[in-house]
Design a protein. Structure first.
Length: 180
């Protein structure tokens, strides 16, 4: 009888444990867009620009028109005394591509990402408004994981209850057998 109860308890645990993975939350795939690791960096602070593109785009061009002389985009240094145009072509992998922008002076700069067959995407970067090494008060952590469905919680409570009943029944049976 012990083996039967143990087998049933183990089977119940496996069923409940397997069902929880099937109920895990799915994350929506981010749509096309461009984001910066910091949209208000300090002068000289490198920021990463990441773009998510539709399927079928093999490479994108990051461009900044009128960047301050001495700024860099993706480790290519442009030395000039006036405002310059920066651009770099990046390969797309898993629908994303990234470039690093290091501004050399304060100002507002529009980053444009283009590719054949895709609408241009823009993001403005305000250099000098932030301080290096901070995220301007945005201390929120990204939400990860999913919600545990109530049914899984109650199934776990039920499994614990059944386990408690089985332990109690085994103790009563031992007592009954020891007194006979």
């Amino acid at each position: 009888m012990k083996k039967t109860l143990t087998s049933l308890a183990l089977a119940g645990i496996l069923v409940v444990g397997g069902a929880s993975a099937a109920n895990a939350e799915t994350y929506p795939v981010d749509g096309p867009g461009i984001v910066a690791s910091d949209t208000t960096p300090a002068v000289g602070q490198p920021i990463t620009l990441t773009v998510t593109v539709p399927d079928g785009i093999p490479e994108v061009t990051f461009s900044i028109t009128g960047a301050p002389a001495g700024s860099t985009l993706a480790s290519t240094v442009y030395a000039a005394s006036n405002k310059i145009d920066l651009s770099v072509v990046k390969s797309v992998s898993n629908n994303t591509a990234s470039a690093v922008f290091t501004p050399s002076a304060a100002g507002t700069f529009r980053v444009t990402v283009t590719a054949p067959g895709m609408d241009p995407m823009y993001i403005d970067v305000v250099v000098g408004a932030g301080t290096s090494g901070t995220d301007n008060g945005n201390d929120d952590l990204a939400t990860t994981g999913g919600d545990v469905p109530a049914g899984v919680i109650w199934a776990g409570v039920g499994a614990l209850g059944l386990g408690g009943i089985a332990v109690g029944a085994a103790a009563l049976r031992r007592r009954a057998n020891s007194t006979n």
